[in-house]
Design a protein around this ligand. Structure first.
Ligand code: ZN
Length: 374
């Protein structure tokens, strides 16, 4: 677990803030600042836009919206992001629902709008991947039906208890899972995309069995065991599973009681630990040590991060915390502009992740999985 670097904090300059609180676009008068923010979105954690905790709520709401609208335009120009992408401001979210017996809630790695927004190949690189596979489930989504390319929120009130936002660097995790199962990392990003396509296809084909509305992390990482495709409600580490799921998967009872690393608290975390052990040879605790970055935001900060190439979670217990989701979304994840944007992101993230050291594998891949696509 790492605290993110100071460079992730982008203090909104006073002249820019003045313009933004008046409702005026400021990207043309502060191009360098916006370029820095846009570049920060390639990093494996959020960028923090710091408006200052003394700004009144009505002013920060106006300024945050203006700056986020400006940022979309900058990303469009810099990264060929789709023209159909827009800023979606949701309703205020109050407090943290807790599981009885727990003082805090640990949200396991997920993407916002998870059944609608998750890492899928670009059809520019994998033309046979159907765009319809980018919708994992059409039922019970949280809270809007848009595809969230970038996930963000304004901290209206940080609350009086612990409140961490956690980010997981998905790309090196994918490379390491691939290496664990195949004996070496993929030679190029197209091979990695083929493998991810096969993993998503497998989970969708088993949906009648696992019943999950979300693509689980272990499923994305290639688990062939349907129980690893089950997701706990929330997805909370401390949450148990429905009686139907225990009846359907007899091994879930054992996994819920004890995980491979023997240190995870809660059935949801233990199932994830089991799935990570199967796909990467490490437990949930070591996964956090390797890939997690943590951020504690302040009042009036906007946190914005990639929602497709990163997973995020949260550790919080504050009943008086208030957040306003502000995401960059699309109504349909597809079309030429989306595929071009996605392909560029795959390429860029693959190069970045490859430059990171491959961790020493905890066990050799004796039985590489045959995905039929690599
Ligand atoms: Zn564990």
């Amino acid at each position: 677990m790492m605290i993110i670097p100071d460079t992730a904090v982008q203090i909104v300059p006073a002249p820019l803030l003045q313009e933004a609180t008046r409702g005026s676009s400021a990207r043309s008068s502060h191009p360098d600042w916006f370029q820095q923010v846009a570049a920060g979105l390639d990093e494996p954690h959020a960028v923090i836009l710091r408006f200052g905790d003394d700004l009144p709520r009505d002013q920060v709401l106006v300024a945050a919206r203006v700056v986020m609208e400006d940022l979309i335009e900058v990303i469009r120009a810099r990264d060929c992001a789709p023209r159909e992408m827009y800023l979606e401001v949701d309703h205020l979210e109050h407090g943290t629902p807790l599981t009885p017996g727990f003082m805090t809630r640990l949200l396991l790695p997920h993407t916002d709008g998870a059944h609608y927004s998750f890492l899928t190949p670009s059809r520019q690189d994998v033309p046979e991947f159907p765009a319809s596979f980018r919708i994992f489930s059409k039922k019970g989504f949280h809270r809007t039906a848009s595809h969230k390319l970038y996930q963000g929120f304004l901290i209206v009130e940080p609350g009086s208890s612990v409140s961490w936002t956690l980010y997981y660097d998905l790309f090196p995790a994918l490379l390491d899972a691939y290496a664990f199962q195949h004996g070496s990392r993929p030679s190029n990003h197209q091979a990695l995309q083929q493998w991810v396509a096969a993993n998503i296809g497998r989970s969708l084909s088993m949906q009648d069995r696992h019943g999950s509305r979300y693509l689980s992390l272990a499923a994305l990482l290639g688990s062939e065991n349907a129980v690893h495709h089950v997701t706990p409600p929330g997805p909370r580490a401390e949450a148990g599973f429905a009686p139907r799921e225990y009846a359907h998967f007899p091994e879930l009872e054992r996994i819920s009681r004890q995980c491979p690393c023997r240190s995870c608290a809660g059935p949801g975390a233990r199932l994830l630990c089991d799935g990570l052990q199967a796909t990467m040879g490490i437990g949930w605790k070591m996964f956090r040590d390797r890939y997690e970055r943590r951020i504690r935001g302040r009042k009036n900060d906007v946190l914005i991060a990639h929602n497709i190439f990163l997973y995020h979670g949260a550790e919080s217990g504050a009943a008086d915390r208030v957040l306003l989701p502000m995401c960059f979304v699309m109504n349909e994840a597809g079309g030429d502009e989306y595929e071009v944007w996605s392909a560029r992101q795959w390429q860029r993230q693959f190069v970045r992740a490859q430059s990171l050291n491959e961790p020493h594998r905890t066990q050799p891949a004796e039985n590489p999985q045959d995905t039929g696509l690599t």
